[in-house]
Design a protein around this ligand. Structure first.
Ligand SMILES: C[S@@+](CC[C@H](N)C(=O)[O-])C[C@H]1O[C@@H](n2cnc3c(N)ncnc32)[C@H](O)[C@@H]1O
Length: 286
């Protein structure tokens, strides 16, 4: 099944308010609209509340300005892009001298662009036409960007040295996705994915507290570094608003671990601090 975001939010404050009322919005690309008033959603709400300052400034500003979420977030000295931060973790998984790698759900292509330095050829797939257009604009010549639904697109058997995916697995039916993606990894190759888990309280309480408190300090440090250096330091991309998102992951890290253990024996799943998990599996040699 594929889905597209149907409307473009031109007024970031309206979008933010709607998101705070119900973070799972089908028009923002999530297939599973459901009420979000559970205790497990509170940490995320707390993070959103840190955006309240810039949000109010945006409200007072004349309506001629288009206040996109990305713009509001970039004004907030505490906000930074957790996806961009976890790219490093996936890049580390690419085997030395990799010939061909796959980036599943490539978005605007920033991971694929970095992957292109670690592999001879990168295939980057995304089901959003807007994202693929953006990815084609920024990726180098050894990246092939393809508009396709990874659950339907014919993938080569046992071909890739690494299959990577950043913040996409929670958009997909996990078991079927893992089966599909694992078949396209060559023997000895790696499947690695960072995705969002459902917060599982009280089990996740320590990591949630650490995330909520430390992300403010990191945000401030990254904002300062951005001003002092020419590096991006996990800045939100300009295409961030157009990116299809799913704010209501249905599986906790423990549930992902048990599905992965069934489909991919020997896989490892660990919770990462900033609202993500890392799934890692090496395909056994023949
Ligand atoms: C949250 S974004 C992450 C994008 C990118 N990996 C990044 O980290 O910047 C999720 C992406 O997955 C894509 N996606 C969702 N379901 C997909 C599917 N079935 N096939 C291919 N791409 C999909 C969306 O279009 C979106 O660009």
């Amino acid at each position: 099944m594929s889905w597209r975001r149907q409307s473009t939010h031109t007024c970031g404050d309206r979008a933010l308010m709607a998101f705070m009322r119900d973070p799972c919005q089908p028009e923002m690309g999530c297939p599973r609209a459901r009420p979000h008033n559970r205790v497990s959603d509170y940490p995320r709400t707390l993070v959103l509340l840190t955006m309240a300052g810039p949000f109010r400034a945006a409200q007072r500003a004349p309506c001629r300005t288009t206040w996109t979420n990305a713009k509001i977030k970039s004004m907030n000295p505490f906000a930074w892009d957790h996806n961009a931060y976890y790219q490093r973790l996936l890049l580390r998984e690419v085997p030395e001298g990799a010939a061909r790698v796959l980036d599943v759900g490539c978005g605007a292509g920033s991971l694929a662009t970095r992957l292109a330095r670690h592999a001879n050829h990168v295939d980057a797939i995304d089901s959003s036409a807007e994202m693929i257009k953006a990815a084609r604009r920024q990726t180098p010549a050894n990246v092939r960007c393809e508009l396709a639904d990874v659950m339907e697109h014919p993938l080569p058997e046992a071909e890739y040295d690494a299959v990577l995916s950043l913040t996409v697995l929670h958009h997909l039916p996990l078991e079927q996705a893992l089966e599909r993606l694992s078949r396209t990894v060559r023997p000895g190759g790696i499947l690695a994915a960072v995705a969002s888990p459902r917060t599982d309280l009280p089990r996740d309480l320590p990591v949630e507290l650490l995330a909520v408190t430390s992300q403010q300090a990191f945000g401030l440090a990254f904002t300062t570094l951005r001003r002092l250096t020419s590096r991006e330091w996990y800045r939100f991309e300009d295409t961030h608003d157009q990116m299809p998102k799913c704010f209501g992951p249905t599986l906790s890290t423990a549930q992902v671990r048990s599905v992965a253990a069934k489909v991919l024996p020997g896989s490892q799943v660990r919770r990462l601090v900033y609202w993500r998990y890392l799934l890692r599996w090496r395909r056994p040699q023949l």
